[in-house]
Design a protein around this ligand. Sequence first.
Ligand SMILES: Nc1ncnc2c1ncn2[C@@H]1O[C@H](COP(=O)(O)OP(=O)(O)OP(=O)(O)O)[C@@H](O)[C@H]1O
Ligand SMILES: [Mn+2]
Length: 462
Amino acid sequence: MRFQITKFFRQRLLIVFLACLFAVIWMFLTSNVLWDGMADVPAPRMSDLHAPFPPSHQRVIIPNYQNRFQEENEDVDKFIPGLDVGQDFDGFEPKYNDQDVNVGQDLDVHGDFDNLHDIWTLAADWVKSREIIPAIAPDLGTVLYAMANSKITKADVGYKGTQLKLLLSLENDQIVVFKPMRYSRDHVINGNPYAGYDRHNSEIAGFHLDRILGFRRAPLVVGRHVDLKKEIIPVASDRLLQTFFKGVGNSTCFYGSCHYCNKEEPACDDGVFLEGSITLWLPSSWPLQKHRHPWGRTYKAGKKAKWEYDNTYCREIIVKDPFNSGPRLLDIMDTCIFDYLIGNGDRHHYETFQQDGADGMLLNMDNAKGFGNPFHDEKSILAPLYQCCKIRRATYQKLLTLSDGKLSEFMKQALSHDPVSPVLVPLHYEAMDRRLRAVLSEIQKCISRNGESHVMVDGLVL
Ligand SMILES: Nc1ncnc2c1ncn2[C@@H]1O[C@H](COP(=O)(O)OP(=O)(O)OP(=O)(O)O)[C@@H](O)[C@H]1O
Ligand SMILES: [Mn+2]
């Protein structure tokens, strides 16, 4: 009898033990702990009220990372004029100063605003000739929160440009641009450095990178989950409404109106929400002027732009107005570093504030072609830097403070606040740190070739 009781309990105990073991393994597998880099990302703050669906892009495994990176980058040095193929420099002294980058605090959301009108006015008043937001902007999180959560009162097709987007009005008359999600986070874009649709997450990450680099020349961007049926269709213009249709399953789709817009390439929701980026429209008191970028691509297969075959291209640019004096050429250097870090090879034009003429700052807007391929570092994006060998000392110093992994750390911290977090998969953070080292290396090569006094520019202008 005694033997039977013990056996009975032993069997039960074994069942309970196995059940517990199974539960622990299951919890471990379904948690984020396995997914490198995601574990320490806190829950998004601004999304609390909006209660979006849980992030659907957390799990990414891309095999053979190292092999693939080497294959993709093997030949890159061979056909870029002006790129010094010499030894890469390493061992920079990162001089990180905690005061340098104010990432987290400014993203907290405060409730001390009476109405949205005050929030939009505040953001409009931030705009100055050489900055879109101030260095310290404790209300930035509140403005971003308002962009991500306030009521949409009008929706229309995009204004201009080639990519599918919407022009929205938010409550109290604030215009914003909505760029819809077209790819999952782990999608890799192959081909030329401007290939693929716009990436809404690149707009979001670009905004924060621009701020972390200390430029603050990008319009405000935040992620948002939009309910097409409830938030867009009831307030849509006729011409936008005409492009809506029922997609597969329970989804709602639209294809808008733009150069590349057509019914075969729509943006669709997941049955309820469509994720996208919201960009704050600049105040009408700051009209823009569009310029052709001197290092733009031809966008024609087999046809190269002059800078792509002529090593001395910069000599001809640096003597021309507005590059021969003032901030323009140095702004181009800053922007090419920014673009290289995100992998955006689509800077065909750039915009400045009309009223500032030749002294106008280069706005870092339209950053949606970044973060397409974390395995590929497109060195040609850096051509202005390694062909001209000029950089502001302040930019160089900022890059140094961000080397040694600080850049990705700050980016993760900033992006963790966004409602569509995680904005980037971990491979893109690795890519940014790696590319930053390559930028520093190119600057070092310039210094050894031309001397520091030729390369470093103190102050803002040439
Ligand atoms: N936030 C904004 N504030 C003011 N004007 C803007 C803003 N965003 C875009 N614009 C204007 O709209 C134009 C097109 O926007 P954007 O470059 O984002 O679209 P796109 O479809 O990518 O264009 P492209 O095909 O030329 O690259 C810009 O060149 C600019 O003049
Ligand atoms: Mn574009």
